[in-house]
Write a protein that binds this ligand. Structure first.
Ligand SMILES: NC(=O)c1ccc[n+]([C@@H]2O[C@H](COP(=O)([O-])OP(=O)(O)OC[C@H]3O[C@@H](n4cnc5c(N)ncnc54)[C@H](OP(=O)(O)O)[C@@H]3O)[C@@H](O)[C@H]2O)c1
Length: 246
């Protein structure tokens, strides 16, 4: 007698999926067949546009307002994603902020905000997503090459937050392994998004490949990490930065 096997849900949740790298990841995961929930905090019209483009391509998507600095908002976004599409197969923790300042003038509220979103928010998102995930699911964080390369004057706090993410991922791989959930960290170098728009020319000049990366290039790596082929990789940080070595 054949046992009845219930179909496994394939839901993907992208924290910070309304612009830039996160939007490219949301679109790519939708093309790979995942129903996608994406969060945003401040620009609903951008989130709505990403959802509309996924739906126009025949995919399924919803946008959820959830500040990654707010534990309740994160928990609620996970619940809404699961209520809509079923347990998570993939979660990508992309939401992050960058603002530089010289040490002497570094504002304490900026320090607190970057720690709240880029470190505390990553931990809370992984914790909430893992609890709502299929065994064998995939967690992906978006760190930065500043965890392993010197960046620019004023970027120290940002680099510190991204180093914390790499360490967190390395250690959480052990917690998650018994459930065959993998967790890996992508460390992009300069990518053409709103974050880099004001100094893209400088970044191009300093990059060995003579260009900045495109959000779709990070999305491609995310799609591979989310796939069955990546089942043996966990706890890793993968740097994708055009060979930036300064
Ligand atoms: N671009 C680069 O060169 C680069 C390089 C290395 C690493 N990264 C990392 O890659 C990630 C994405 O960067 P990006 O360049 O694509 O940035 P971006 O264009 O500024 O987009 C950031 C995305 O995250 C969302 N977000 C920001 N703060 C949030 C919060 N508190 N709660 C929930 N969502 C939030 C934004 O939503 P709203 O539209 O609502 O604000 C938006 O969807 C970040 O973690 C960044 O540190 C970027």
């Amino acid at each position: 007698m054949n046992a009845t096997v219930s179909p496994r849900s394939n839901t993907a949740l992208v924290f910070g999926g309304s612009r830039g790298i996160g939007a490219a990841i949301a679109r790519r995961l939708a093309r790979e067949g995942h129903p996608v929930a994406l969060t945003f905090v401040s620009q609903p019209e951008k989130a709505v546009a990403v959802v509309a483009s996924i739906q126009a391509d025949g995919g399924q998507a919803i946008a959820l307002q959830a500040d990654s600095a707010d534990a309740q908002a994160i928990a609620s976004s996970v619940k809404q994603a699961v209520d809509t599409f079923g347990p998570l197969q993939v979660a990508v923790v992309n939401a992050g902020i960058y603002q530089g300042s010289p040490l002497a003038d570094f504002p304490t509220d900026l320090l607190d905000r970057m720690l709240a979103v880029n470190v505390r928010g990553v931990f809370l998102a992984v914790q909430a997503a893992a609890a709502a995930m299929n065994d064998g699911g995939r967690l992906i964080t978006i760190g930065s090459n500043t965890a392993v390369r010197s960046g620019a004057v004023g970027s120290s706090v940002y680099a510190m937050t991204k180093s914390a993410v790499a360490t967190l991922v390395r250690e959480l791989a052990l917690d998650l392994a018994p459930r065959r959930i993998t967790i890996n960290n992508i460390q992009p170098g300069p990518i053409a998004t709103d974050i880099t728009a004001d100094f893209v020319d400088q970044l191009v000049q300093r990059n060995p490949l003579g260009r900045v990366g495109q959000p779709d290039e990070v999305a491609g790596l995310s799609a591979w990490l989310a796939s069955h082929e990546a089942a043996y990789m966990t706890g890793s940080s993968l740097t994708i930065d055009g060979g930036w070595a300064i």
